[in-house]
Design a protein around this ligand. Structure first.
Ligand code: FES
Length: 137
């Protein structure tokens, strides 16, 4: 039996269904709810950065380049009306008993290819401070 949820895309960008996670990927002017799992060993594609040509996601775990077209094929059926999205979830293994959560988390895969992420910027800043501290001693 199909399960349907309604999510507010202005507040949430991730859906957890049992052990599976889906995130909202913005591509070609569309928002798609896609599987957050790298085909190599399950890394979080939501934390992948786009390659310079924008056509692939570089997995943060081992660097596999996953085509955005392949990621799009994992998308769930979703109908949008403004920020409201009605999503049809996959059938669960245990007759729909899997817990479902809708959350907001950082999604790096939607950043432009050349934009530095906040975490990298903070890390670089922290590294610069650390180097300065060492130099003063
Ligand atoms: S899990 Fe993505 S490259 Fe290994």
């Amino acid at each position: 039996m199909a399960r349907v949820i309604v999510m507010d895309l202005s507040r949430h960008n991730t859906v957890l269904v049992g052990h599976d996670r889906y995130f909202v990927l913005h591509t070609e002017g569309r928002a798609l709810l896609v599987l957050d799992r790298c085909p190599h060993r399950g890394g979080p594609l939501s934390l992948a950065r786009r390659t310079p040509d924008g056509r692939r996601l570089s997995c943060p775990w081992h660097g596999t380049k996953v085509g955005v077209a392949a990621v799009k094929r994992t998308s769930l059926p979703m109908v949008r009306s403004g920020d409201e999205a009605v999503v049809v979830l996959p059938d669960g293994d245990d007759e729909g008993g899997e817990p479902i959560s809708v959350i907001r988390k950082e999604v790096l895969a939607n950043l432009p290819p050349d934009a530095p992420c906040a975490a990298e910027s903070a890390g670089e800043a922290a590294g610069a401070v650390g180097a300065g501290e060492v130099a003063r001693r």
